[in-house]
Structures are given as C-alpha cells and as structure tokens.
Design a protein around this ligand. Sequence first.
Ligand code: AMP
Length: 303
Amino acid sequence: MPVLTVGSIAIDDIKTQTEEWSGLLGGSASYASVSASFFDRVNLVGIVGSDFPKQHIDLLQEREIDLRGLQIADGKTFHWAGQYEADMNRRRTLLTELNVFETFTPNLPEAYRTTPIILLGNISPSLQIHVLNQVESPEFVVADTMDLWITTARSELLELLKRVDLLVLNDSEARQLTEDDNLVRAGRKILDLGPKYVAIKKGEHGCLLLSRNEFFSCGAYPVEQLKDPTGAGDTFAGGLTGYLASLRRPVPTFADLKRAIVHGSMLASFCVESFSLERLKSLSRIELDQRYAFFRAMSHFDD
Ligand code: AMP
C-alpha cells in the first residue's frame, strides 16, 4: 500500500554548539518520505524552486520515491535556519522563508488520488486540507503540526483534526493546543477534537501513544552520537506511517500502532546521528531491523 506524503521540502542552515552547516536538504516531507520509503512506496507531494540542487532530487529518486507530485517552480526553495543550544532539546528558529510554498496549491496526479494511507507532514493546515480533499476515501490519515500553526492557523487546524486518525505532535505543542500542562489530559482533549489516536513526542524521552482506552509509553533509543536533531519528528512520523502501510491492513490495531511507533522511533534515532538526511541515506534495512530487535529485547522486563 503506498503512502502519500505532503510537507515542506527545504534548504536548511543549521548551527549546533560545535558545527555549522548551510544548504542542507531538509523539510518535513523530505525526512518523512525517505523514512517511509524503508517500508513501502511513497507518493510525494511538494514544491521546490529552480535553485534546488539536483543531488537532493537524486537522493529522493534513489529511495524510489514517486516524484510525479513534486513541482519545480520558478523561484526559491523553502528556506529554514535553526540553532541548537547545548541542550539539544532547545532550538531557536532563526529564519523561515516560505518562498515557492507561499502560493503552492497542488493538483494531485491522478495516480495519487486513491492512495490509502496519508501522511500530512508539517506544513500549513490549509495546505494539508487542500491535499486531503483530493484523496478519494483515504483509509488512515496521519497528521503532524507545529507551534507556528497552532498560533497562526488554529481554526484550520481544528477543522483538519476532525478528519485525522492519528495526530503526531510534541509535548509542548500538545500543551499549547489544549492549554493543559498535564500530558495525559492534553492527549485526551486532543482525542475530543477528532483523532482516534494521538502520539505525543517527548524528544529524547520517547513518546506517549493514547487512544480512548489504551496507552503505550515508548522509550527512546539511547543515542550516544547525537549530532543534529532536525527532522527527527518528521522521520518518526514517516517511519510509523510507512510501517502501517506495509501491513496492508486498512484499519490498524493498537498493537500495529505500537510496533509502528517503535519503528518510527528507531528511524528517528538514526536520523539524529548526522546532519540532514546523511545517516538515513546510508542506512540499510538490516541495520534498522537489528536496532528494532535490540530495542525490543531491551524493553522486555517480565521474562
Ligand atoms: P523537526 O526537527 O521535526 O521540527 O523538522 C525540521 C524540519 O522542518 C526542517 O528541515 C525545516 O526545513 C522544516 N520546517 C521548519 N519550519 C517549518 C514550517 N513552518 N513549515 C514546514 N516545515 C518547516
């Protein structure tokens, strides 16, 4: 079952305490699509400018991502810059230039319109809705969002949430969206807004998955070589959605979602080991499966 992904495709400039890089491949859809491609086919919807380097297109093509929905427009690619503090959970956005994204209103290729599993990666909720409106009877819809949209496009986001099966967001965003500091209560309030499930990411402390009657608290894989956390959330969302698609079941069970969350976390743990998509580029399916098996073995406490 293919996955349809939409989100930003970006040129990123990133500063950490020890390194500084510019012109990196970034964007929610880049990370999510590459991550999902470890499990199934990916139909990418996005836009880049005429300045977008060919080597970045080559990377997406090497992962066999369908690029019929990628528009190359006159103008500049979405550009984002961020800086990390010594505590890499803390990041400051230095610059966001939407550029070609400002007027992006894609028409999905005919072949994409029946994609069963949808990942609405982090981008404006109105664009997420515009894409979702063009898909005929989606079976499972995952959406990601961020603080910017909670502040600037709240009503569109609330409209979208009525049509989402799983919302992925981080702890501070869950608190911001619901105005509740307690994460469990915040999660429940999000379920009241429409989604059947919510996955609240807690950075290096893992993720809390909630449904009305069940929960799963997933620890994070302990990463020693943390170089750049950018894109970890998008990689997580892409990995979990790709894994769900690979099950070829229209309605996942809670057990499926738990395994999907762990697969997403393992991919995110590789992502942060290098800048941009460098580690995901070199990652093999065998390495991914080995880390999953090791994490699984380490997580058992009752045998
Ligand atoms: P994350 O670390 O998961 O928040 O994702 C970082 C990626 O999101 C970077 O590669 C950015 O290019 C991209 N990004 C940053 N701000 C936005 C935004 N407002 N809309 C869409 N993508 C963004």
